[in-house]
Ligand binder design. Structure first.
Ligand code: ZN
Length: 292
């Protein structure tokens, strides 16, 4: 396993981590400048942040700072109630692929969606199996487009507490089943984003990481699981503050040949988003060296 204690060469900042500074929305351009100033070599931005700053602006700024993108967040949300909705999702996902290409991202992360309407509080039905079928079909269709564009797709399994509204792919095993079905040749065009917040509890985690292998391991996201967790979405912990044995999981990942970035992704309304961005970034660097 790589030694992270001496520097932060392999630290990436998912820009949701510093989406807010002292409770106020932050500009992506400022985030990139602050990361560059600290020698942070990679980020993973969100589509809404890029849209607000301008795609061209961000692509140029990343290039200026030789900043890599460990991923682009995010595509997905495939399920819908009718063909029109499915088509709209596909078209939006194609745009996400195009943006990821423009930004030279290493992969497009997919949060696949759950029951249509559930995110808005109005689930259209209770058939999660049907949603999963739409997800598989949606990924299959997008894969053709993404493959032609040369942009790998990374399916991110989400913790089961999000199965209804955000992602009905909830384990690494499920995600890899889809990969095996749609890309049996393990071409590198389809893989997974392993976010420890979502999968740390899974008794099959180590075996499924080994099953994935380096061809399918496209991204590695870190934060920590707090006890108690006070908000299902926005109470993620800083590495070292919770109960996840992060080095152990990183050891499994790197044991399979993963040699990419360790991406910090923290949503934290009440704590980290209330702090100054500089303090958050400095803490990420420190914990990357000592707790990851
Ligand atoms: Zn993630």
């Amino acid at each position: 396993m790589r030694d992270f204690s001496g520097d932060h060469r392999w630290l990436s900042i998912n820009t949701a981590t510093v989406r807010k500074s002292r409770g106020h929305d932050a500009r992506l351009t400022d985030i990139i400048e602050d990361c560059a100033r600290r020698g942070i070599r990679a980020i993973s931005p969100w589509r809404d942040q890029v849209a607000a700053a301008g795609l061209r602006t961000i692509a140029n700024l990343a290039k200026t700072h030789e900043m890599e993108l460990s991923g682009y967040c995010r595509g997905g949300m495939f399920p819908a109630t009718d063909p029109l909705g499915l088509r709209a999702a596909h078209q939006d996902n194609c745009r996400a692929v195009d943006e990821a290409c423009e930004l030279n991202a290493s992969c497009l992360v997919l949060v696949v969606g759950g029951l249509p309407g559930a995110l808005a509080g109005k689930p259209a039905h209770k058939d999660i199996a049907a949603a999963r079928t739409q997800v598989r079909d949606g990924i299959a269709e997008l894969l053709e487009y993404a493959r032609a564009a040369g942009m790998p797709l990374a399916i991110e399994p989400l913790h089961p507490m999000y199965a209804a509204d955000r992602a009905c792919i909830n384990t690494l095993e499920q995600a890899l089943d889809v990969c095996d079905q749609l890309d049996p040749a393990r071409s590198g065009a389809l893989g997974v984003a392993v976010d420890i917040y979502h999968v740390w509890w899974d008794p099959k985690l180590q075996a499924q990481i080994e099953r994935a292998g380096s061809k399918r391991l496209l991204a590695f996201h870190v934060c920590d699981w707090l006890t108690p967790t006070t908000d299902m979405l926005n109470d993620r912990g800083m590495m070292g503050d919770g109960v996840i044995d992060i080095p152990r999981i990183r050891g499994w990942i790197e044991g399979c040949g993963y040699a990419g970035y360790s991406e910090v992704e923290i949503f934290s309304t009440a704590n980290w988003w209330q702090r100054d961005r500089g303090e958050v970034l400095d803490t990420c660097i420190q914990r990357h060296r000592g707790a990851v």
